[in-house]
Design a protein around this ligand. Structure first.
Ligand SMILES: [Zn+2]
Length: 564
């Protein structure tokens, strides 16, 4: 069935609630496990229906934000989602207290039980007011960013509108644009500091009320990290320091030489080639046709997947009036259908949609057997393995899209993965310090940030910008404000995807088999279990980074970047 024929009908909360509670009663009163399992299945039919409607409404609203019908529906879901969430927690309670808990774990996965357990642990009615306060502060941060009005080159611009000037081929433009951009943060320094300070304090209060020593532990629980802890993450950070930082520094040095600069400073970091970035060659129709060819050649599973996505019109990729910004991949349970949304903009991002978002979608397509909505997707660090690895697995087809720019594309792609990891580590270590010491002053926080940059990003040069020099870069990093501890996830997934990069080049058949295996389990397994299923080395084990970095460095060294 085509996406346009998927039927949307707003659920009536009171009715859903009545049915939900009656099924919960049945679950609680089941005499045998068979009976309880049947009731859980019934509940999932109800829950998947709600989920389907919520998702359909949100997709259609994002495709056309001017559509009045779905604007009204969005308002409904904004208001009612927390109430549906509350119903779910009744289910989690039943699961955790079930005398057949072991059987549930056997059928639906221990990971599901852990998720139910963690959901309960991170909530209590005592913290509702604090959670509302936390949300308010997050919205305040978003609003503050959105309030930016920067006069530049005769026009008033917002922060993202400055992007193209900050990566201009003309260095003077980059300098002027960067000055204007960071000046906004400087002018609002006190506000950023205050919002963050309040967030740290309210999160610490919440953690204490839930009987945790600090927010660090609660942060890990909120991220559903069921099988690793802060100590293990620390080991990964030290591997990055030892093995990745030197390779990243070398890349910045090459960038400096390639651009003919005396010193690469913060205004040049995002600018790779005087000749511009690699761009896709051909219209969006051509890109889609090439995507089809790529996935039909990659494997029989990916062919079937991509044909399914095309036939059922499950990809809305081209920019049009009224469409929301950005890109995402989501899942519509009743139709067992992934959905990909994006705004093609004639940059290499368009191809990333076809590889990265399609990687997420392919995982969902391979795990449609899962009926428990909590575990369609795995947790974030595992999710991104599927997407980031697909970006690398599809390398052999990049010449379809980039033609003469292919080598440039690959060099930037692999290079930015290496450059990204140390930055992700800074964000992560920073947050550990912050939440372990919630009473630090604003100045102490900035000093720590700058110290961490010096440790993991030694190339950083803020010449001409005292404001960034004192440690304020993180003001623009939304995760630090809105999604605490969600950042190491990208680096964990990235190091796993780099293992796939290496593996698939050395042994395509087994590499692909490992990838398929991790897609099939969806979210039924924890991160370290998925790592194991994929025959990957755990990022927390010594030797993980070392196992790939040599090959990567070699590949990068062999590119004559100055000729690109
Ligand atoms: Zn992703």
């Amino acid at each position: 069935m085509k996406f346009s024929d998927y039927k949307y009908e707003r659920p009536i909360y009171e009715e859903v609630k009545k049915e939900f509670i009656s099924i919960i009663d049945n679950i609680n009163n089941s005499c045998t496990y068979e009976e309880q399992k049947e009731n859980i299945k019934n509940l999932n039919i109800l829950r998947n229906n709600v989920e389907t409607m919520a998702t359909l409404s949100s997709i259609r609203h994002s495709i056309n934000t001017l559509d009045e019908f779905y604007e009204k529906e969005r308002e409904y879901w904004d208001e009612y989602s927390p109430l549906y969430e509350e119903l779910n927690s009744l289910f989690y309670k039943s699961v955790i207290n079930s005398k057949f808990k072991d059987n549930i774990a056997k059928d639906f996965g221990k990971q599901f039980i852990d998720i139910a357990d963690y959901s309960l642990k991170s909530f209590s009615s005592e913290i509702i007011k604090d959670l509302q306060e936390e949300n308010k502060l997050c919205s305040k941060y978003t609003k503050l960013l959105a309030s930016a009005k920067i006069d530049f080159e005769g026009e008033e611009r917002n922060l993202s509108g400055m992007g193209k000037f900050m990566s201009s081929t003309d260095r003077d433009v980059r300098i002027k644009a960067s000055n204007a951009y960071y000046n906004f943060f400087k002018e609002n320094e006190e506000q950023f500091d205050d919002i963050f300070d309040q967030l740290v304090k309210i999160r610490t209060t919440i953690a204490k009320k839930l009987n945790f020593d600090s927010f660090v532990e609660l942060g890990y629980i909120r991220m559903m990290r069921t099988d690793y802890n802060a100590e293990m993450v620390k080991n990964f950070r030290s591997q990055v320091l030892k093995y990745i930082v030197p390779v990243a520094s070398k890349l910045y040095k090459r960038q400096e030489e390639r651009l003919g600069l005396d010193k690469l400073t913060y205004v040049d970091e995002g600018f790779e080639f005087l000749s511009g970035n690699a761009t896709p060659k051909g219209s969006s129709e051509y890109i889609m046709e090439s995507g089809k060819k790529m996935y039909s050649e990659l494997s029989k599973e990916t062919k079937e997947f991509f044909d399914f996505m095309m036939e059922n019109e499950l990809m809305d990729l081209v920019t049009k009036k009224g469409k929301a910004a950005g890109g995402y991949c989501t899942y519509i349970p009743n139709y067992k259908a992934p959905f990909i949304f994006s705004n093609f903009n004639q940059t290499s991002d368009d191809i990333d949609v076809l590889t990265h978002e399609a990687g997420h979608a392919f995982q969902l397509y391979m795990s449609t057997w899962i009926d428990m909505p909590e575990i369609n997707f795995p947790t974030f660090e595992s999710c991104e393995i599927h997407s980031m690895s697909m970006e690398f697995i599809t390398w052999p087809w990049m010449d379809l899209f980039f033609k003469e720019d292919t080598e440039k594309y690959k060099f930037i792609h692999l290079g930015s993965a290496i450059k990204f990891i140390p930055y992700g580590i800074v964000v992560d270590e920073f947050q550990h310090y912050i939440y372990e010491n919630p009473n630090m002053t604003k100045e102490e926080r900035k000093n720590i940030w700058r110290e961490l940059e010096k440790k993991y990003l030694p190339h950083k040069n803020y010449e001409g910008c005292d404001f960034l020099e004192k440690g304020t870069w993180w003001f623009k990093q939304g995760h630090i404000f809105k999604n605490p501890f969600y950042y190491i996830d990208y680096t964990l997934a990235q190091i796993c995807s780099l293992q796939f990069w290496k593996k698939i080049r050395e042994d395509k058949e087994n590499g692909w088999k490992d990838y398929l295996d991790i897609c099939k389990v969806g979210g039924t397994k924890s991160f370290l279990e998925i790592v194991k299923i994929g025959n990957l080395i755990s990022p927390f084990e010594d030797g993980c980074v070392e196992s790939v970095i040599g090959t990567i460095e070699n590949w990068l060294d062999n590119v004559d970047d100055k000729s690109l």
